[in-house]
Design a protein around this ligand. Structure first.
Ligand code: STX
Length: 318
């Protein structure tokens, strides 16, 4: 099984002003004249991490990471105004132009896969190919499954902690109940809701169960941005015209775009059925189902297939 490449430092970092309100962090590592790739983080609101560089051979790739609006090192933290899918797509274009990149590989997991697909259908001519993990399309069924009822049956212990800040009477619509608290003016209740929301995702992300929750999900600033931005995007249905809109666009526009999909068989956050539906409208994409893996990008089988994918595109596009 292939493992992550050794840690590399960013060679160059910067902030790009993308609106009156927002500045976004970008960074570059790897080979300055290599094959450009942009890696898109999840959430939305999850922020990038140095680990994301390690899916790419630094001798072959020019690796670009950004922190999407309102999270990571981008400012202001947790800001919801002027924060939507199409603003992020235009930020990606702004970074591409700033770095004088003509075309690039687009890599993303979870919400990063949603954003990568939204970018690719809008800027197909800039997208050499897509490497996607933990496919998520923000449909009503996916939101219902994870934030209301479904995943609750597999993780009843973690689910009790998730719903704890919400009074019984409001549990019939958890998305609305969390949204009210996450955007309300009681800061203590906002942070309490944010941590419960973020920990739910952290505790269900691997097949190891709640004890393997990564540390940062309970940190105030991380949880606040992650929960608020996710909830904002989900109550707005991803800022897509309708539930099936993105799949329809993919079917129309991506038939000539190469794609490699990696998805854990036991992904509870974003169940495999969405990757299956994606594969049906985009038959040229190669779907790799990973036995013994959940949603995380860092489970061994998932890492192995993602690295095989970046190697394959490295050979194909260099
Ligand atoms: N949100 C799924 C998602 O995009 C429903 C996601 N889940 N965890 C993450 O992203 C991070 C690991 C980036 C925090």
């Amino acid at each position: 099984m292939l493992q992550l490449y050794p840690p590399v430092d960013a060679r160059q970092t910067g902030f790009l002003r993308v609106s009156d309100l927002h500045e976004i962090y970008w960074e570059e590592s790897g080979n300055p004249s290599g094959l450009p790739v942009i890696a898109l983080h999840g959430g939305p609101g999850g922020g990038s991490s140095p680990e994301m560089r390690r899916f790419f051979d630094p001798a072959i790739y020019r690796i670009i990471l950004i922190d999407q609006r309102g999270c990571g090192k981008s400012t202001p933290n947790s800001e919801l105004r002027e924060n939507d899918t199409w603003a992020l797509v235009s930020d990606i274009e702004a970074v591409r132009k700033q770095l004088k990149i003509d075309k690039w590989v687009v890599f993303g997991g979870s919400w990063g896969s949603t954003l990568a697909l939204a970018y690719a259908v809008k800027h197909t001519d800039r997208t050499l190919g897509l490497i996607l993990r933990g496919i998520f399309l923000i449909s009503k069924a996916e939101i219902q499954w994870f934030y209301q009822e479904g995943a609750s049956r597999l993780f009843p212990d973690a689910y009790d902690r998730y719903v704890a800040p919400i009074p019984e009477a409001e549990r019939g619509d958890l998305l609305a109940a969390f949204h009210a608290r996450l955007t309300g003016d009681n800061y203590k209740r906002r942070i309490e809701a944010a941590k419960a929301w973020a920990c739910w995702e952290g505790e269900t992300i691997t097949i190891q169960g709640p004890n393997s929750r990564p540390k940062r999900f309970e940190e105030d600033d991380f949880a606040d941005a992650f929960a608020r931005i996710e909830c904002h995007y989900f109550v707005n249905k991803g800022f897509f015209k309708s539930d099936g809109w993105l799949l329809g666009q993919i079917e129309k526009k991506l038939q000539a775009t190469p794609g490699i999909i990696v998805h854990g068989r036991y992904d509870v956050v974003t169940p495999l059925s969405t990757a299956w539906a994606l594969k049906k409208v985009w038959p040229g994409a190669n779907l790799n189902i990973i036995p013994g893996a959940g949603h995380s990008s860092l489970e061994p089988g998932t890492v192995d297939k993602l690295i095989r994918a970046t190697r394959e595109f490295g050979r194909r596009f260099s």
